[in-house]
Design a protein around this ligand. Structure first.
Ligand code: TXA
Ligand code: MG
Length: 372
């Protein structure tokens, strides 16, 4: 290990400090071999010393620190430039670990853990008090997730079993779905990055609140309300504040209150009949060009050749929510790199996992969209 571990330099108030961020490249992310495990063990030691290590998960890259060490959590907030009232998810590598950090765990938590863990589901539970308030953003509840990514699981184990990890982006930037995006935001701010390749899903986990009987989804993700409802034998709804921006209540997950995931250019989602959407975006692109704006489009692969824009990024077909979600954040980062001023997005499906894609898309657009 070269450089200095962030734990050795008291720099909470100096997020721009220049650490030497070491990159550990995993050869076999789906089944880490002996060399890979050695590197992961080194990263575990960094965490135990109070340092910060970014690591892959099946959703997005996480910025990991020891969840039980409040100084580590303080460093995470500083490195991200994140408001300290926005709590961190605690990542575990085995179901029994739940009992150390949560209390009064309802039966539903075990049903969901058996069915969806390891995997892209985060549960909000009552905190046992062993996780510092710094990690839970001052709340008496705790967010817990057991990721399915093999490198993540080995890393959590090597680190002592409890890793606090928000997405590894600077606050307000799109979540990183590749190690190079982590470095764009975090180089010099953290001790190390474990490069385990591209994240499989590319959008953050589903969050369900199990602290009261309502069992609302606070952030939609790959595990849809339908799948949760099937497992629990009841109807599962999304926090109404996410669906209706004019709702009088604020979103229950503090992180969903901030404008997030936003590139520098203005994002314009366009809804309506696909043919009309195509014509609408083409017309808007000519208007923007006439005003000398740099233009971007995120569209279906079928329509990629039909637009005259400076930056065109495509996903799959309009009904393919998985591809739309997978390519969305990297498309937003490309739009920034190319300095796009105005970005149009086609009407990908809003059903199933499409609900999560639309949730992030509308957040990137400041909750506005256009009808074709
Ligand atoms: O897929 C993911 O969940 C990724 C990977 C790295 O695991 N992590 C992630 O973390 O997206 P972050 O910090 O970017 O988002 C966590 C969200 C925030 O909106 C936060 O407000 C919410 O979870 N959250 C955390 N603890 C909570 C709590 N006790 N009650 C309500 N919301 C909570
Ligand atoms: Mg995040």
């Amino acid at each position: 290990m070269h450089g200095t571990c962030s734990a050795c330099t008291p720099t909470d108030s100096d997020p721009d400090r220049k650490l030497e961020t070491k990159v550990y490249t995993i050869k076999n992310p789906s089944s880490p071999d002996e060399d890979d495990l050695k590197m992961i063990a080194e990263c575990g030691e960094i965490i135990k010393r109070g340092g910060l290590v970014a690591f892959p998960t099946e959703t997005v890259y996480g910025l990991g620190g020891d969840a039980l060490n409040e100084e580590s959590s303080g460093r995470i907030y500083a490195a991200k430039g994140r408001p300290s009232d926005n709590p961190l998810i605690v990542h575990i590598c085995e179901i029994p670990a739940l009992e150390k950090i949560a209390r009064d765990i309802p039966e539903e938590a075990y049903i969901l853990a058996e069915k969806f863990w390891p995997g892209p589901l985060t549960m909000i539970l009552k905190s046992s008090g062993s996780v510092p308030l710094k990690t839970t953003g001052g709340l008496d509840t705790v967010a817990v997730r057991m990721p399915s990514d093999k490198v993540a699981l080995e890393f959590i184990k090597a680190s002592g079993g409890f890793i606090a990890a928000p997405s590894a982006n600077i606050s307000g930037r799109p979540s990183p779905t590749k190690a190079c995006y982590v470095l764009e935001d975090m180089d010099g701010r953290i001790d190390a990055v474990i490069d385990g390749g591209d994240n499989a899903i590319g959008l953050e986990s589903t969050i369900i609140d199990l602290t009261d009987g309502s069992m609302q989804v606070l952030r939609p993700g790959y595990i849809t309300n339908e799948k949760l409802g099937e497992a629990l034998g009841r109807n599962i709804e999304t926090d109404p504040a996410l669906l209706d921006p004019s709702c009088k209540d604020r979103p229950k997950a503090p992180g969903m209150r901030y404008r997030h995931y936003a590139p520098k250019g203005q994002v314009h989602p366009v809804k309506g009949d696909p043919e009309k959407v195509l014509e609408h975006i083409r017309a808007k692109l000519s208007e923007a060009k006439a005003e000398n704006k740099k233009t971007g489009v995120f569209c279906s692969k079928e329509n990629a050749g039909k637009y005259d824009a400076d930056v065109i990024r495509c996903a799959g077909s309009l009904d393919d929510a998985e591809a739309a979600a997978h390519f969305f954040y990297s498309a937003l980062r490309d739009m920034d790199d190319e300095n796009a001023d105005i970005i149009f997005v086609e009407n990908f499906t809003e059903h199933g996992f499409g609900e999560a894609f639309w949730n992030r898309l509308l957040k990137s657009a400041g909750s506005e969209w256009e009808e074709a």
